[in-house]
Design a protein around this ligand. Sequence first.
Ligand SMILES: Nc1ncnc2c1ncn2[C@@H]1O[C@H](COP(=O)(O)OP(=O)(O)O)[C@@H](O)[C@H]1O
Ligand SMILES: [Mg+2]
Length: 263
Amino acid sequence: MEILRIENVSRVFGGIVAVADASLSIYKGQFVGIIGPNGAGKTTLFNCITGMYGLSHGNITLRVNGEFKQIGNVSPSKIAQYGIARTFQNIRLFEEMTVLDNIKTAMYHQYRYGVFSTFFRTKKFKRNESLIHKRAKLWLDEVGLLDKRDILASQLSYGEQRRIEIARALATGAKMLFLDEPAAGMNEQETNNLINFIRDIHKKYDLTIVLIEHDMRLVMGLCDHIVVLDRGICIAAGTPKQIQSNPSVIAAYLGEEVNDVKD
Ligand SMILES: Nc1ncnc2c1ncn2[C@@H]1O[C@H](COP(=O)(O)OP(=O)(O)O)[C@@H](O)[C@H]1O
Ligand SMILES: [Mg+2]
C-alpha cells in the first residue's frame, strides 16, 4: 500500500538546485535505499520530507487515516505526530543528558499536559512520568543499552550513540524511519551489528524504512528498493539487482564496488 507520495519536488538554494523534480512513492513495509554521490541532494530530500526545509516546488503527501494529506511545508513537530522520525548524518543527541533522558525527551509529545498539571504535579502528571520512564527503559533494553542508562550520551561509543538515536526515533512511536547515513564513521564490526539491528527492528515493529547510505554492502543487503539521485535528479529506481546492472548508475556512482546483492 502506497503511504508516502513525493511528486515533482524541487528545492533550490539561491541558484543551486539541490533536488530537481524528484518523484517517488513509498509503500508500507518497504525498505528503500537512497544512494548517490556527495551533494546529490539526498539529505535535502530527507529535510523536505521531515519538514526541516520547505519545498520550492511540488507536493509531498502522506496517507493518514486512509486519505493522502499534504505534508510538504508542514512543521517538523507536526510531521513527527504523523509517525515519521529520522536520524541525522551527524548524530544529534543531547550530549550532556543521560542516555535515558535522551529517550524520554522523544516521548513527551505523546502525552498532553496542561500548564496546571505540570505546575502542580497532579496525579495524571506523575502517572505519565512513571509511564514514560518505564517505556524509555524498555526502548533502551531493546537496543541493548539499558545498563548505560545513567551515563551521559557523550560518553557512549559512536556505534552506541547511533543506536540511541534510532531508539529515540522509535520511542516517538514512529512507524516510518528516515536514516541518514547511519553507518558513516563505523568500523566493520559496528556496521555488521548495525545491519542486523536495523533488519530486526524493521521486521519486529513493522516499520517502513528509508535509508541514505554509502556503504554498498549495507544498502544492497537491507533494501528491497533503491533510488539513485545524481545532481538532484532521480536517475534510476529499482531492485538492488536492477540498480547494480544499470549503466547510467554505474557511470554516475557505483563503479566496481557493488557486491553481496540481496536476491
Ligand atoms: N541549507 C542549505 N543552504 C544552501 N545550500 C544547501 C543547503 N543544504 C544543502 N545545500 C546544497 O544542496 C546540495 C545537496 O546537498 P545535500 O542534500 O546535503 O547532498 P547529499 O546529502 O546527497 O550529500 C549541495 O550542493 C549543498 O551544498
Ligand atoms: Mg547528506
